[in-house]
Design a protein around this ligand. Structure first.
Ligand code: A2P
Length: 416
């Protein structure tokens, strides 16, 4: 008589709904489209996930890095995961479960499974590691269950009052409570109230616009750059729950904050490190933080070159235009790409990268240079193409340089 077949075990990949900030990074990164979401949760399809780990380093919270050993036939379905408010407890496996030990190393002993490493062309174009000299970031100090209360100490508009782009500079103070941050990190804001299903709103993620020592040096505060959302990506009227909440806040109002998040989009900390910063609209927040950090170091540290490419519709819709233009030209090389300025040709940041090819190339080939791209999703391809062209023009191999930039944590993207 044949012995019964042992039960097959799966190391199931799951996302912790209590920590996840629904930033969509994992869904965008997954090379096999195993990650999806509904209005409640981001989930991993056990039928598709091959455990390649491509989604793990880019996740700003670490909520993606959760695994459960389950009997394959009883794996949690996508529908199960959509309904979760928290991860399920570990279940004990039947004694005849096969491969439980192996499963801890590999997704499953499945001969059909994809290789564990995704093809290089499918992973994100940016680095999954920070620059070697970046300071150590703290993440997840405050979560959905344990948020911190901040007080609004400033909220004002940083774009022309007569323009469509209503962008606010919002300063939050944490008083005596610890909230250590680095330039390039982000925080989550919990808007009050509930969604259409009656559930509390999820946190919305915003990049810091201020440096590590505070919006005002020496104060325990930070700033955000928030655009009031009145339209969706297709141009249809839409009310952004959190952006409208934030833009309408008054001084002394309190806000529930979680985070900080992010462990890769960080600035280098070593002398003579150069920064190429490429942004559109509110993607300028981390660039403002890094620029201000560098500015405060003038005279005390050997700072490298700063080159900024900043895209906006018009000068009046470019957040922080006034203060930016007051920065000394020998400190930062500013290139403004205006797309709807009356009487001027439409220009995008990638056009200016091409125009400044010699300077960009010079910096790109210096191992002390880090590149940061933040803003509209659509700019990602255009910027990469421009960088490639600039390098190829001088007879160099872009694929080798691109790989080095990624490996050395010198090329970072944050797009939405
Ligand atoms: P456009 O005038 O074509 O929309 P927004 O104000 O919507 O946040 O956009 C900021 C800037 O980014 C605008 O100048 C916008 O130009 C520009 N932009 C839009 N799409 C891209 C893209 N694919 N690459 C680079 N810049 C872009």
């Amino acid at each position: 008589m044949n012995a019964p077949l042992p039960v097959e075990v799966l190391k199931q990949h799951l996302i912790d709904p209590e920590i996840c900030i629904r930033c969509n990074t994992c869904e965008e990164t997954c090379p096999v489209d195993a990650i999806t979401h509904d209005s409640n949760n981001y989930v991993v399809d056990p039928e598709i996930c091959n455990g390649c780990m491509a989604c793990v380093p880019p996740c700003p919270t670490g909520s993606i890095d959760n695994w459960r050993l389950v009997v394959r036939a009883e794996a949690y379905s996508v529908q199960d995961q959509f309904g979760w408010e928290e991860l399920p407890q570990e279940k004990s496996l039947p004694l005849d479960a096969a491969g439980a030990d192996d499963a801890a190393q590999q997704v499953a002993a499945d001969p059909q499974a994809e290789p564990a490493t995704p093809p290089a062309t499918l992973v994100t174009p940016g680095a999954a590691v920070p620059p070697w000299s970046a300071a150590h970031p703290y993440v997840n100090l405050y979560t959905h269950k344990t948020p911190i209360t901040a007080t609004v100490v400033g909220n004002y508009r940083v774009t022309g009052a007569d323009t469509e782009s209503d962008i606010h500079h919002i300063v939050l103070d944490f008083g005596e409570q610890p909230f250590p941050v680095l330039e390039g990190q982000s925080i989550g804001i919990l808007p009050p109230g509930v969604d259409a299903m009656g559930r509390p709103h999820h946190a919305r993620q915003y990049s810091l616009a201020s440096p590590r020592d505070g919006e005002r040096a020496g104060y325990n505060n930070l700033s955000l750059t928030v655009k009031r959302v009145t339209q969706d990506h297709g141009g249809e009227a839409a009310h952004g729950v959190c952006s409208n909440y934030l833009c309408d806040l008054a001084k002394n109002d309190t806000v529930q904050v979680i985070g900080p998040f992010g462990h890769t989009f960080l600035m280098p900390n070593h002398p003579k490190a150069n920064l190429i910063m490429i942004c559109t609209g509110t993607g300028s927040a981390p660039m403002r933080a890094m620029t201000e950090r560098s500015r405060r170091l003038i005279g005390t540290a050997d700072i490298g070159k700063l080159m900024l490419f900043f895209g906006a519709r018009t000068e009046r819709e470019l957040p922080y235009f006034g203060p930016l233009m007051k920065l000394p030209r020998d400190f930062i090389d500013i290139n403004l790409a205006l797309s709807r300025e009356p009487g001027q040709p439409k220009r995008y940041v990638q056009d200016l990268i091409r125009e400044r090819a010699a300077q960009v190339r010079g910096l790109l080939t210096d191992r002390n240079t880090c590149i940061y791209v933040c803003g509209l999703k659509g700019m990602e391809v255009g910027v990469l193409d421009a960088l490639r062209e600039v390098v190829v023009q001088s007879g160099e191999d872009w694929s080798i340089l691109h790989e080095a930039l990624r490996r050395e944590g010198r090329l970072h993207f944050e797009t939405y």
